[in-house]
Design a protein around this ligand. Structure first.
Ligand SMILES: NC(=O)c1ccc[n+]([C@@H]2O[C@H](COP(=O)([O-])OP(=O)(O)OC[C@H]3O[C@@H](n4cnc5c(N)ncnc54)[C@H](O)[C@@H]3O)[C@@H](O)[C@H]2O)c1
Length: 358
């Protein structure tokens, strides 16, 4: 079994080929850049040459603490800097399309934070800008690179659990929404900002569903105005199903974040350690129980990295590899339009009380 795990762990490895490394400039000096992007880039020894934020004091503080040599005074200054090859954008989603289009027009390759945009129309416009300008552009759907999720995907591809019959994500958390004051008044909250990761991963495993149904709720006393509880179900051809269930107002104090993939020859189950104590986190776990390879019951796969910050090495590394070799992206802008379409369908279902065909 340990030998069999080798192919899986090689698929999950992050180390960026030194020959692929190119300088990066960053737009946005917020919590996620400070706490995950930059720590991941430090592990990889990447060169971050400059940063821009509308809040220049914040940009200066982040630059000083992470050893970034330039703080751009304007977006134009960043765009005009010939030194950067990739621009890493991490601003609230409603502001991202406009910035993205300008970066694409400057012919810089892009890694854009999720959600890439808040509407399918904006997503399509961004995908067109990528094609028109001949750039490489990925979305930071880094859950596709989290070691447990990526290992599970590889095990499915290798046929260890046969044909997949169901994918489930279940999280029950106390989420510190106060960390994102700009999200307080968002009508569309939970799926747009959080569960979009799980919905994107369900698509990665199963493709586009035929139909989705979603119900949502709010809990008295919650800080944001948007939905903080969602239950989404998917149906596919041949009776294949998926479920995403998220609650962010867990007053029981027993945070849980689990996923499971069932097949007709076995199952895979895992936990997302990050969410047990966000943003500090704990180890991620993964186990497989297969009738195809010799597991003899639930057998742990040794997850040795974490969603934060390690999976962020994966997304930036995929952009660098695509630039250097033409390798396909795991979470391209063009593909992510499908995730936005799915999110839109889930909100339509939530609002109408009806299932929505895709
Ligand atoms: N797992 C993940 O991938 C993950 C986790 C958290 C946040 N995010 C996403 O990352 C983005 C940023 O989140 P955050 O937690 O860092 O938020 P944050 O509020 O901590 O930071 C956002 C930053 O963007 C800056 N900003 C706003 N408008 C700007 C503009 N026009 N130009 C330049 N900078 C601008 C703000 O000044 C602020 O510093 C959001 O889209 C969020 O959904 C992703």
């Amino acid at each position: 079994m340990i030998d069999l795990f080798k192919e899986v762990s090689e698929y999950c490895a992050f180390d960026i080929d030194p020959a692929h490394k190119v300088p990066v400039a960053i737009i946005g000096a917020g919590g996620i850049v400070d706490g995950a992007h930059l720590p991941a880039y430090k592990i990889e020894g990447l060169q971050v040459i400059g940063i821009y934020d509308v809040d220049s004091a914040k940009a200066k503080d982040v630059a000083a603490r992470h050893g970034i040599p330039k703080v751009y005074a304007t977006l134009q200054e960043l765009l005009d800097d010939p030194q950067s090859i990739i621009v890493d954008i991490a601003v609230p989603a409603a502001l991202q399309p406009d910035i993205f289009i300008q970066v694409a027009a400057a012919k810089k390759h892009i890694l854009a934070q999720k959600p890439m945009a808040t509407t399918v129309a904006d997503g399509l416009m961004m995908a067109k800008a990528v094609a028109d300008n001949g750039i490489i552009a990925a979305v930071n759907h880094q859950l596709r690179f989290e070691e447990g999720v990526a290992a599970a995907h590889k095990m499915v591809e290798l046929g260890w659990i046969g044909n997949v019959t169901n994918v489930t994500f279940e999280v029950n958390l106390i989420t510190p929404w106060e960390m994102w004051p700009w999200a307080k008044d968002l009508e569309r909250l939970e799926i747009m900002l959080h569960s979009i990761h799980y919905h994107d991963v369900v698509r990665w495993f199963l493709g586009e569903p035929i139909k989705v149904f979603c119900v949502a709720g709010r809990t008295q006393g919650q800080y944001p105005i948007g939905e903080t509880r969602t239950i989404s179900s998917y149906s596919y051809d041949n009776g294949i199903t998926a479920l995403v269930h998220a609650n962010h107002i867990n007053r029981g104090g027993d945070n849980r974040a689990e996923f499971r993939i069932d097949g007709d020859k076995g199952s895979i189950r895992g936990t997302l350690g990050l969410l047990y104590d966000y943003p500090t986190g704990r180890v991620d776990t993964l186990e497989v129980n297969s009738q195809v390879v010799p597991t003899d019951g639930w057998t742990p796969y040794p997850v040795t990295t974490r969603w934060f910050p390690d999976a962020f090495r994966g997304t930036i590394g995929s952009v660098m590899r695509a630039i250097a070799t033409g390798a396909p992206l795991r979470s391209s802008v063009a593909d992510t339009v499908g995730t936005l379409r799915l999110v839109e369908a889930l909100y339509q279902s939530m609002d109408s009380g009806e299932s929505v065909d895709l």
